[in-house]
Design a binder for this molecule. Structure first.
Ligand SMILES: Cc1c2[nH]c(c1CCC(=O)O)Cc1[nH]c(c(CCC(=O)O)c1C)Cc1[nH]c(c(CCC(=O)O)c1C)Cc1[nH]c(c(C)c1CCC(=O)O)C2
Length: 344
C-alpha cells in the first residue's frame, strides 16, 4: 500500500523534502492544558489509566502544533505494574516500585497472560485515538525495553548509574536473565495489543542502553530488541518499529541491521553529520535536537535545527529531540522549532 502519512513514508525509506516532526514527551508538564487535565485526573497514574483523559492529553500537542505523529500517553512502567510490581510516583522525585532482589521476589510476579487485566485501559486509549486523530497524523505506541525497565524494577526507582541492576546482572545472572526474558515476552504481548487496537508504529525506549558496555550491550540491548522486533514482525509484519538505544554512541552503527528496526532514534550525544554517514546509511533515523533548546530558544535553536535538517537531508529522517522535552520548556520555542523545520 502506498503511504500518504509522512512519518510512514519516512519509515518506508523515503527521503522527504521536509522531514516529518514530532517530539518526545510532547504531552507533558510544559503545557498548561496538560497540567489542567492531569489535575482533573487526580494524579499521573490515574491519567494513564483513564482512556478519555489520556486520549485528551495525547491530542493536546496535535491541536496546538499539528505534529505529524501523536504518541500514546502512558508510561514504560505500566508493564511492570501489570506484571505485579507495586508502582507509585512521588511528586518532584519520580517513580517508586517494589524491588526485585531475590528469586522469591521474582516468583511473586504474574505471568504475561495476565497483563491485559491491568493494561486494557491503555488499549482503549489507543482505540479512541485512532478514531479521533486527524487523518494525516500517525499514531505511535510504545514500551520500554527490558534492560531499562529492569533497572527500575531491580532498584525500585531511577538511579544515576543503574548500579543496582548492574550488580544483580553480575552477581545473579540466572535471576537477572529471568527478569529480562519475562519483560521481553511481556513487551511483545503489550505492543501487539497496542497495534491491534490501532497503533500504526511502535517505539522501543531503551533510555539506559548507554550504561551497557561491550558484550553486555549485545546481550541486554541488541538481543532483546532482536527478539521483540522478530516477535512483533511475525504477528504484524507491516508495522514499522523505531528503536531508541539512548546513549549507544558508536554502537548506533549497525543497530538497525542487527535488530531489524526500521528506524533508530538518536540522542544528542552524536553529531548529525556523523550519524548521517554512519547510521542513516542503514535505515531511517529520528532526532536529534538537544532538549535544552526548548528552554533557551533564540537564534541557537534556529541554527541547530537547520543544521540537523541539512545533515539528514539526503536520506529518510524524522525530526525529533534527542530526549524528552522538560517541564521548564517554553511552548513558544516548540513552535519556533516546527516553523524552522517546515521552512516557515
Ligand atoms: C524512563 C522512562 C519513563 N517513562 C518513559 C521513559 C522512557 C523515555 C525517557 O527516557 O524519558 C516514557 C514515557 N513517559 C511518558 C510518555 C508519554 C508519551 C510522550 O508524550 O512522550 C512516554 C513515552 C509520560 C510521562 N511519564 C512521566 C511524566 C511526568 C509525570 C507527571 O505528569 O507528573 C510523563 C508526562 C513520569 C516518569 N516516567 C518515568 C520517569 C523516570 C518519570 C519521572 C521523571 C519525570 O517526571 O519526567 C519512566
Amino acid at each position: 500500500m502506498t503511504q500518504t502519512k509522512t512519518i510512514l513514508r519516512a519509515l518506508a525509506g523515503e527521503t522527504l523534502e521536509t522531514p516529518p516532526i514530532w517530539m518526545m514527551r510532547q504531552a507533558g508538564r510544559y503545557l498548561p492544558e496538560y497540567m489542567a487535565t492531569r489535575g482533573q485526573a487526580g494524579d499521573f497514574l490515574s491519567l494513564c489509566y483513564s482512556p478519555e483523559l489520556a486520549a485528551e492529553v495525547t491530542l493536546q500537542p496535535i491541536r496546538r502544533y499539528g505534529f505529524d505523529a501523536a504518541i500514546l500517553f502512558a508510561d514504560i512502567l505500566l508493564l511492570p505494574q501489570a506484571l505485579g510490581a507495586d508502582l507509585w510516583f512521588v511528586t518532584g522525585e519520580g517513580p517508586r516500585l517494589s524491588t526485585i532482589q531475590s528469586q522469591a521476589d521474582f516468583d511473586k510476579l504474574k505471568p504475561v497472560s495476565e497483563i491485559d487485566e491491568t493494561l486494557s485501559p491503555v488499549y482503549e486509549t489507543v482505540k479512541i485515538l485512532s478514531r479521533e486523530l486527524p487523518k494525516e497524523t500517525t499514531l505511535i505506541g510504545f514500551a520500554g525495553m527490558p534492560w531499562t525497565v529492569a533497572t527500575y524494577m531491580v532498584a525500585g526507582r531511577g538511579t544515576p548509574d543503574q548500579g543496582p541492576a548492574h550488580a544483580l546482572k553480575d552477581e545473579n545472572p540466572e535471576l537477572f536473565d529471568q527478569i529480562i526474558d519475562l519483560l521481553t515476552a511481556g513487551t511483545i504481548e503489550y505492543l501487539s495489543k497496542q497495534i491491534e487496537a490501532g497503533a500504526e508504529v511502535v517505539k522501543l525506549f531503551d533510555s539506559w542502553a548507554g550504561s551497557l558496555k561491550g558484550a553486555d550491550f549485545d546481550k541486554y540491548a541488541v538481543e532483546p530488541a532482536k527478539k521483540i522486533i522478530a516477535g512483533l514482525k511475525a504477528r504484524h509484519p507491516d508495522t514499522p518499529i523505531i528503536a531508541f538505544p539512548r546513549g549507544a554512541g558508536e554502537r548506533y552503527v549497525g543497530f538497525a541491521k542487527a535488530t531489524g528496526a526500521d528506524c533508530v532514534a538518536l540522542d544528542d550525544g552524536v553529531t548529525p553529520e556523523w550519524a548521517a554517514k554512519n547510521v542513516q546509511n542503514d535505515s531511517c533515523v529520528q532526532g536529534n535536537l538537544k532538549s535544552s533548546h526548548m528552554v533557551t530558544g533564540g537564534q541557537d535553536l534556529v541554527d541547530e535545527t537547520r543544521k540537523i535538517v541539512a545533515a539528514f537531508g539526503k536520506g529518510p529522517h524524522i525530526f525529533n529531540l534527542g530526549h524528552g522535552i522538560t517541564p521548564d520548556a517554553d511552548p513558544a520555542n516548540v513552535q519556533l522549532m516546527i516553523d524552522t523545520v517546515r521552512g516557515k
